[in-house]
Every structure is written in structure tokens, then in C-alpha cells.
Design a protein around this ligand. Structure first.
Ligand SMILES: [Zn+2]
Length: 307
């Protein structure tokens, strides 16, 4: 009996993080899969959006080929969890470390692009969920980078402690605050709802003698139950998300900006497919429609709201 028990404990320790993901996957399977919305000809449900964002456990941990997006912005994340490297002459910025176990994968992608992982000076994030910022402590440990986070997300970030490590916060940011490194300025916009401090990043990128507005969106995916403060947050965030100038839209999951299709087009050496003002609002359209559908369902009398 003893060896079996020991094996169980070891298995539990090794697979503790994947088990957490399995729990998240199981939780979404148990939630009622409604409402359904149709946006620009495609039908979405809460479960289909979650599946689109996360893919399989393998997708979450397998590197997507690292590549340049535009100007000094590169993709270094996995198939379904975004991580962006912004390169400057004074060092680099990493946006979203994703799961801690993905950090070596991200490091390898950074190196494949010809950059040094140790040149990361600043770590930023989209929002305080483990699939986006669990790796912050390890990246700081490996690079000495400063971790900066929107003040409203700090309590939730501090609760993310892989292996008991304290979540580093070197600087608290506030809505509209710029983060400068070398010749690059990123601006932190508070777009709460998905988390209290969900942060949309904007910056300018130069390519072919032109300057483009880049928006790196935080998730706008609403929860299944909306409370009055969260409703207010989303209403504010959708409005702000629509007001930001945008030529290039990125997001915390590649499916939110059709990265796979754009990457495929990138190989044909035509115009940069990431410059795509047409679909800048697509993700906002989807999530805002879902938000209003959830709200409408929630406000119906209990008898007709249940399936
Ligand atoms: Zn999230």
C-alpha cells in the first residue's frame, strides 16, 4: 500500500497545476451553455468562447512559432496563451508570462528570435489570472525584471503564488499611466470587468515608414453571473475599448485576433496581415453581445430564465 500512496502524493505534486486547469475545464463544462449569440455570422456560447480561447491542455503549453508581429513587437507565447515581447535598445518588455511551467518555452522562443531572455527589464500583464500571469515570479527570478501591475489587480495577483512564491509587484500602475523603456511607451488603460484591474495596453509601432496604433486587449469575457459593480465596469470598458485608436489589435488569447490565420498569411510576403483596422472591434462586438445576452437572461423572471 505504501508505495502506491507515495506515488499518488508525487503525482499530485507534479500535476498540481494541470489539475487546476482540469478543474477550470470541468467548471466550464458544468455551466449552462447559454445564451447563444450570433456576431458577424458566427454563433458563440460561453462554452464555445472558453474552448476557443483555451484549446486543449497541450495547446496551452506548446509554443506557437515565435514571430514578429509589427515594428518591435514579437509573439513568444503558446498556441492559445499570448505572450508578447517588445524590444527596445535599452532592454525588452514581456507582456504576460502565462503559466509558470510555460516560462522555459517562452525563454526558448525569445532566444529563437535572436534575443536574450536576460534582457527583459519589465514584466507587464493583461490580468490577474493564472493562465496569464502565474509565471511573473519565475521570470523576475531569472531576469531581474521589474514587475508592474495595475493597482486594481494587485490583490488578485498576490493570491497567485506558484510553489508558495510571493507574487512580485515592483510598481503599481494607475489608469492612463505610461510605461517607458528606450524608445517605446506603452500606456496602461484600466478595462475592468473580467478582473478588477484588467489592463489594455496601447503603443505605437513603426513599419515601412508609417506609424500604427497597436492595442493589446485584456479579455472582455463576462462571467456567467453579473453583479451591479461588474456590470458598471463592463459598461465602462466596452465604451473605452471602442474609443482607442487601432490599426493592429492583439489580445491575451491568439484566437481573439485570428493569429493562426494571420501568421499563415505572413508567410506569403504580402502586406502585414496584422495591420487590420477592419477587425479591431471584432472581439469587443462578440463580448459585448454576450454581456448583454447574459444580462437579459439574468433579468428575466426565474421561471423563464431557467432551461
Ligand atoms: Zn482571464
Amino acid at each position: 500500500m505504501k508505495p502506491t500512496r507515495l506515488a499518488c502524493i508525487v503525482t499530485l505534486a507534479v500535476f498540481a497545476a494541470p489539475a487546476q486547469d482540469a478543474r477550470a475545464q470541468a467548471a466550464i463544462q458544468q455551466t449552462p451553455d447559454h445564451p447563444a449569440i450570433t456576431v458577424h455570422g458566427t454563433t458563440y456560447t460561453p462554452r464555445s468562447i472558453f474552448a476557443r480561447n483555451m484549446g486543449t491542455p497541450e495547446d496551452q503549453t506548446t509554443a506557437f512559432p515565435p514571430h514578429k508581429i509589427i515594428g518591435n513587437i514579437y509573439y513568444v507565447g503558446t498556441r492559445t496563451l499570448s505572450s508578447f515581447l517588445v524590444v527596445t535598445p535599452q532592454g525588452n518588455i514581456l507582456i504576460d508570462t502565462t503559466y509558470e511551467r510555460n516560462v522555459p518555452t517562452i525563454e526558448k522562443s525569445v532566444q529563437q528570435l535572436g534575443f536574450r531572455f536576460s534582457d527583459i527589464k519589465i514584466v507587464l500583464g493583461s490580468h490577474a489570472h493564472g493562465d496569464h500571469q502565474e509565471g511573473d515570479a519565475l521570470v523576475k527570478q531569472l531576469t531581474g525584471a521589474q514587475v508592474m501591475a495595475m493597482a486594481e489587480d494587485v490583490p488578485a495577483l498576490q493570491a497567485i503564488k506558484p510553489g508558495g512564491k510571493e507574487h512580485p509587484i515592483d510598481k503599481m500602475l494607475h489608469d492612463g499611466e505610461p510605461v517607458r523603456l528606450g524608445d517605446t511607451t506603452l500606456v496602461a488603460h484600466l478595462t475592468p470587468g473580467h478582473t478588477r484591474g484588467c489592463t489594455t495596453w496601447t503603443m505605437k509601432a513603426q513599419e515601412g515608414g508609417k506609424t500604427y496604433d497597436v492595442v493589446i486587449r485584456c479579455s472582455l469575457r463576462p462571467p456567467n453571473m453579473l453583479t451591479p459593480p461588474v456590470i458598471d465596469e463592463f459598461n465602462r470598458s466596452f465604451k473605452l475599448a471602442r474609443s482607442l485608436p487601432c490599426d493592429v489589435a492583439l489580445g491575451d488569447h491568439p484566437s481573439q485576433f485570428n493569429m493562426q490565420q494571420k501568421y499563415a498569411k505572413l508567410q506569403s510576403r504580402g502586406p502585414n496581415p496584422f495591420i487590420d483596422a477592419e477587425t479591431c472591434k471584432l472581439e469587443v462586438d462578440i463580448e459585448e453581445a454576450m454581456f448583454h445576452a447574459i444580462l437579459a437572461e439574468q433579468q428575466k423572471p426565474a421561471t423563464s430564465a431557467s432551461q
